[in-house]
Design a protein around this ligand. Structure first.
Ligand SMILES: [Zn+2]
Length: 223
């Protein structure tokens, strides 16, 4: 009945409104993308996503992106109807497998100039690099290396802080002990047990810090 009312105007209802049996308003959100002569497009999208979800998704997007969103939803819906278990993911997985096979073939071909015992490792690392490049087309493996390097920098800074705290603590123990020894007139600082407790690693770190930060010596000994 409503369709008949619409037909009195110049434009017939869009495929969405026709399927939903509702009036196709002049500002219908579906009309630009679901023309009446392609009813299957909306039928599939409606079946997989639901008309109200599609409506909501389109309204949340700026106009210039809605066409691409509809195209990709139609593609996804068609894939889901063809392959109810994996949908689009089936296609992605199949393409990924093709990439893996081709990358391995390429790596094997490139590794042929290497001695036999090195080819396995060369193929593995070339496949790894190729995968990294597919995942991150701009930086590839270098992106992963850079990210790991940043983690190392952070961890090294944390380690240096922790070691500095240990040195600071032991220096304080040492100076307390020296003061006691001095009052008692016993062993010299070099032979005191607390000086031996400072590990060679902590000592070398302490020396580095003295070189890098001259004020550190004063602060280490001040308490
Ligand atoms: Zn409509």
């Amino acid at each position: 009945m409503k369709e008949n009312g619409r037909k009195q105007g110049a434009v017939s209802p869009c495929a969405a409104c026709k399927l939903l049996r509702r009036r196709c308003a002049p500002d219908c959100v579906f009309a630009p993308y679901f023309p009446a002569d392609e009813p299957q497009k909306f039928a599939n999208v409606h079946r997989v996503f639901g008309a109200s979800n599609v409506n909501k998704m389109l309204q949340e997007l700026p106009f210039h992106q809605r066409g691409d969103a509809v195209s990709s939803m139609v593609y996804e819906a068609n894939a889901r109807i063809r392959d109810p278990v994996y949908g689009c993911v089936g296609a992605i997985s199949s393409l990924q497998q093709q990439i893996d096979v081709l990358q391995t073939q390429l790596a094997v071909a490139q590794a042929e100039e290497l001695p036999m015992h090195q080819r396995g490792d060369a193929v593995s690392s070339m496949v790894y690099e190729a995968n990294a490049r597919v995942r991150d087309p701009v930086y590839g493996c270098v992106g992963a290396i850079s990210s790991l390097q940043q983690q190392i920098d952070v961890l090294q800074a944390q380690l240096a802080l922790a070691q500095a705290e240990v040195v600071h603590m032991r220096m304080r123990q040492y100076s307390d002990k020296t003061r006691v020894d001095h009052h008692q007139g016993t062993s010299s600082p070099e032979n005191s047990p607390s000086s031996k407790i400072v590990s060679s690693q902590a000592k070398s770190l302490f020396m580095d810090m003295v070189v890098d930060q001259p004020n550190m010596e004063e602060s280490l000994w001040s308490c």
